[in-house]
Write a protein that binds this ligand. Sequence first.
Ligand SMILES: C[S@@+](CC[C@H](N)C(=O)[O-])C[C@H]1O[C@@H](n2cnc3c(N)ncnc32)[C@H](O)[C@@H]1O
Length: 341
Amino acid sequence: MARRKKQKVTPEFATPSMKKAYLEDRYFAPYPGELDAERLEARRLEQSSLLEKPSARVFQTPLEAIEQRDGDSFDFDSDMVRFGKAGDLNPEQEEALAASLKSLIPWRKGPFSYYGTDIDSEWQSNLKWDRVAPWLPDLKNRKICDIGCNNLYYMYRMLSQDPWFVLGIDPMVRYYFHHQLNRKFHRDPRINFDLLGVDDLEIFPKFFDVVFFMGIIYHRRNPVQTLDIINSCMKPGGTLILETSGIPGDEPYCLFPDGRYMKAPGYWFLPTASAMKNMLARTGFCNIEIFENFKLENFEQRQTPWAIYESLEHFLDPDDPSKTVEGYPAPTRIYIRAEKR
Ligand SMILES: C[S@@+](CC[C@H](N)C(=O)[O-])C[C@H]1O[C@@H](n2cnc3c(N)ncnc32)[C@H](O)[C@@H]1O
């Protein structure tokens, strides 16, 4: 009896096509001499292995069932970033889209709308954008970096000002898939994403005109070093938009929590607005303006069907929302514009 040929088994989680597509997206090629291409390529090769992990499969499988489309309507100028409209897709295409949108839960930033499905994200990021927009320099023809861009919400909101090049960086693989999902419906060469972290910005010396660094600095173990790195990737005179969690108070103090703050271990420090201003002044920034400083409210960050986990209301003392569950002052949000000296 002939022996049956042994079938080659491909591990279920191998995702070579995604890794290849990532490495082939050489968005940096038009800028030889302006960035450290060798270091960037080495770093990208390292990061590409994230796309081969089983966890990436959760996002990739549903995404692969979505066909590439071009020419559908979109709207990036309103609170809700919208791709397509209800009725554009047939039932099969709708099903594929629904699976992909669901795989990306929790949606932290937004709102978005995909072909009539409105995504009410945990954060109403349109409120942050509305506060920031009046303080922006003219973005036309500018090179912009959005550090920790998450699902790229703000990057789409920038497009109406016609920037030259927008690079969103975020080391979390799920946000690469947000980018790929959007690109299935609308490919705009100005919008680029890379799986990099803020420490990688040394690769881009004096490269960016405008840098957004929002919602991250309090997660950094070494915030001063982080600001040094950000400063190094900016052109002299370039604009930094920094937004952070903080604490109330006029003195330049920081809270350094004992373990957790709002149930999370990743809050290393919470500055007052003046402490944040001083930190910027001592790391090479000038013309520093605090343009918002207020207590964060539940309507801006809350649990929704698209963000099903605990949110702000669960992190504050139910009997005294001016305090976190640990008894620390509840967070303020501080918005600052600064220029690189
Ligand atoms: C609280 S969210 C803020 C998102 C967005 N910038 C905003 O203001 O709404 C923090 C983001 O930073 C990203 N992040 C985590 N570590 C990072 C790093 N080392 N460099 C850059 N971004 C990072 C997270 O994946 C997440 O998307």
